[in-house]
Write a protein that binds this ligand. Structure first.
Ligand SMILES: N[C@@H](CCC(=O)N[C@@H](CS)C(=O)NCC(=O)O)C(=O)O
Length: 222
C-alpha cells in the first residue's frame, strides 16, 4: 500500500495553510511533516537544515510535497499539482479561466509577500499601506462573485482565504469592516464541505499554530 502524501513545512501556517485547506476540501488523506523552529534567542532552524539536502528534493525548500516517488517544492505549483491530481475543476474550466486564476494568484502572491515580509521585521505601517494600495483591486475584481474567478471555487481561493485571515489578524478585524464583501466571501468559503469540518475540528493544525515563524515581530499566539 502506498503511503500517504506528505506536506513538509515549518510548524506554522505560512505558505502551507492554504495547501492544507485545499487538501482537506479535496478529500486527500495526507500527513503533515512539521519542522519546529527553536525558541528565542537563537531561533534555531537546524531541525530543517539537517534534513534539507537529504530529502531528494530538486530545489530543497519549504513547503515540499511528497506523493509516492514524486517530490516537489514551490507553493503555487503544489496547489496546482494537488488540483490537477485530485480535483482538476479547481484549475479552471478552460484556457482563459485558468489564465485568470493564475493572474489572480500572481496578484495575491505579491500582497501575501508584501504582508509577510514586514511581519517579520515588525513594520505594521508598511503592511497597512500595502493592504490599502493593493487590496481594493482584488475586492473590486471579486465584486459580487461567489469566488475569485467566478461562481466556481478554484485553487486560488484557498490561497486568498488564508491571506484574508492573515490581514484580518494584523488589522484586528478592521479589514473585514472596511471591505464587507470580504467578510461574506470568507464566511461562505469557510463553510465549504471538507474545509468546514477541518476548520472546526479540535485538532485543526491551522488553529493551533501561528501564522509566522518564531522570529517574526508581528505574530499571533493561537
Ligand atoms: N518560492 C517558494 C518560497 C518558499 C520559502 O520562502 N520558504 C521559506 C518559508 S516560507 C523557508 O523557510 N524555506 C526553507 C529554506 O529556505 O531552506 C514557495 O513559494 O514555496
Amino acid at each position: 500500500k502506498m503511503s500517504k502524501p506528505q506536506l513538509g513545512y515549518w510548524k506554522i501556517r505560512g505558505l502551507a495553510a492554504a495547501i492544507r485547506y485545499q487538501l482537506h476540501y479535496s478529500g486527500v488523506e495526507f500527513e503533515d511533516v512539521l519542522y519546529e523552529q527553536g525558541d528565542a534567542p537563537d531561533f534555531d532552524k537546524q531541525v530543517w537544515t539537517d534534513k534539507k539536502f537529504n530529502l531528494g528534493l530538486d530545489f530543497p525548500n519549504l513547503p515540499y510535497f511528497v506523493d509516492g516517488d514524486f517530490k516537489m517544492t514551490e507553493s503555487i505549483p503544489i496547489h496546482k499539482y494537488v488540483a490537477d491530481k485530485w480535483k482538476p475543476e479547481l484549475l479552471g474550466k478552460d484556457a482563459q479561466h485558468r489564465a485568470t486564476v493564475n493572474m489572480i494568484a500572481g496578484v495575491v502572491s505579491d500582497v501575501k509577500g508584501g504582508v509577510t515580509g514586514p511581519s517579520y521585521s515588525g513594520e505594521k505601517d508598511t503592511i497597512l499601506k500595502i493592504v490599502k494600495d493593493k487590496l481594493p483591486a482584488i475586492v473590486s475584481f471579486l465584486g459580487a462573485n461567489k469566488f475569485l474567478a467566478g461562481d466556481a471555487v478554484t485553487w486560488v481561493d484557498f490561497y486568498f482565504y488564508e491571506l484574508i485571515e492573515l490581514i484580518s489578524f494584523v488589522t484586528e478585524g478592521q479589514v473585514l469592516k472596511d471591505y464587507p464583501t470580504l467578510e461574506g466571501y470568507s464566511k461562505n468559503f469557510a463553510a465549504l464541505p471538507g474545509l468546514k469540518e477541518y476548520l472546526e475540528s479540535p485538532t485543526c493544525l491551522d488553529r493551533q499554530v501561528p501564522f509566522n515563524n518564531k522570529h517574526a515581530k508581528i505574530n499571533n499566539k493561537p
